[in-house]
Each structure stands twice: as structure tokens, then as C-alpha cells.
Design a protein around this ligand. Structure first.
Ligand code: URA
Length: 213
């Protein structure tokens, strides 16, 4: 991949009909990412599932429906944010991404982050969190904690798919979206000391990240 693309369109052209790993042979559609190119908030998921593979758009299945509800709870919608995944092609049977697939695909995600230049990256689930924060801490330990990856503020949260049949996780997701809403709210001049977010006793901050200079 050539570095320093000038636009997401140029990047998408570069990725083209990608055959850089074997997932091309089982995918229907490559899922590049969707949303506002100047988004303040960028969401990073794991990989396309069946519906995304068919439609070519991230989070359009049941997990996507929950993501839409969560966005609405923070007074956001898809036109305001950008959504991408660690892998751009569906692993067969929705198996976990393999390390060589992550290594091959994520230079494109890195370029998407650089071009969009969001203020906040929300990582959905273990794979996105471990990749963006370069941490081995599981999502259960870091979720809801505000982290830093280079110049980016990172909020790791549960993957919406994990909350579909688990109401406790669903409640936690809505709680973490309240934190997201606080994070992106304009800061009033005299509210600096009340805007501090506590870690809730979980791990914070993670050392060494993808975007560290
Ligand atoms: N799960 C993900 O991680 N990404 C999608 O796009 C859909 C489901």
C-alpha cells in the first residue's frame, strides 16, 4: 500500500478489489467503511458479518440496529460519525480475525483514521480495543475508561453483538454512550474540574498505543 493518500476515495481506489489475504475468496463485498469524512467520532468494529458482507456497509444487522439506538441515545446518527472495522472482509462463518489478516488489513484502517482525524475513537469489543490501544487487557477490564492513543482520545466499549442477548451488557453500553456524550460535549469554561471522568476502578490508562509517536 502506498502511504499518504490524499482522500478516502483515493484510499478506497488503492484497496480496490483487494486480494491481499485469502478472505477475498469467500467474501461477497468488501466493506470499506461509511459515514462522515470529517467525523468527530469514529467507531471501529471487528469485521463484517453476513448482512454487512451482502450489503457492503458496516453494522447493518442486529448489532447495527443496537448501535443505531446507542447513537440516538447520545444524540448522534450515522451521518455524523464514521464506522469502520479491523477487517474489511467477512471471515467465513464469522470466525475470529487471524493475526495475518489483521496485519494485512489494518494499514488501511490506519489511513482512514489519519484522513478522518477524529477527536474520539470508540473501539467496539476486544479486537478493535486490543489493536488500537496495543493492549492485552480484555475489554471487560478497560471498557468505559477514557484512554489516549497518540493524539486520539479512545473510549473502549463492549461490542454491540455481545449485548444482544445480555441485558446487563446492554445497560453498560448505554452507560458508556452517556460517557461518550459527555466526552464530545463542548466544555463550558468553568466546568473543567467537573468534566474529569473516573475509571470506575478498571484499568487506565493503557501503556503504548498504535498512534504513539
Ligand atoms: N460486527 C462488526 O464488528 N462489524 C460489523 O460491521 C458488523 C458486525
Amino acid at each position: 500500500m502506498s502511504a499518504d493518500h490524499l482522500s478516502l476515495e483515493e484510499l478506497q481506489e488503492d484497496i480496490g478489489d483487494c486480494r491481499r489475504c485469502s478472505l477475498w475468496s469467500t467474501r461477497t463485498t468488501l466493506v470499506f467503511g461509511v459515514g462522515n469524512q470529517r467525523a468527530t467520532v469514529m467507531f471501529v468494529g471487528e469485521a463484517p458479518g453476513k448482512n454487512e458482507d451482502l450489503k457492503g456497509e458496516p453494522f447493518v444487522g442486529a448489532a447495527g440496529k443496537l448501535l443505531d439506538e446507542l447513537l440516538e441515545s447520545a444524540e448522534l446518527d450515522r451521518s455524523l460519525v464514521y464506522i469502520a472495522n479491523i477487517l474489511k472482509c467477512r471471515p467465513p462463518g464469522n470466525r475470529d480475525p487471524q493475526q495475518h489478516e489483521i496485519d494485512t488489513c489494518t494499514p488501511f484502517l490506519r489511513e482512514q483514521v489519519r484522513l478522518i482525524d477524529p477527536r474520539v475513537i470508540v473501539t467496539l469489543g476486544n479486537f478493535a480495543t486490543k489493536f488500537i490501544l496495543k493492549t492485552t487487557s480484555p475489554i471487560t477490564r478497560v471498557r468505559g475508561t477514557v484512554q489516549q492513543a497518540g493524539k486520539y482520545t479512545v473510549l473502549p466499549i463492549f461490542h454491540p453483538a455481545a449485548a444482544l442477548y445480555d441485558n446487563t451488557k446492554r445497560d453498560v453500553l448505554f452507560e458508556d454512550f452517556r460517557r461518550l456524550k459527555e466526552l464530545i460535549a463542548p466544555v463550558a469554561p468553568d466546568s473543567a474540574e467537573t468534566s474529569e471522568v473516573d475509571s470506575g476502578g478498571r484499568d487506565a490508562p493503557v501503556q503504548g498505543t498504535l498512534f504513539q509517536e
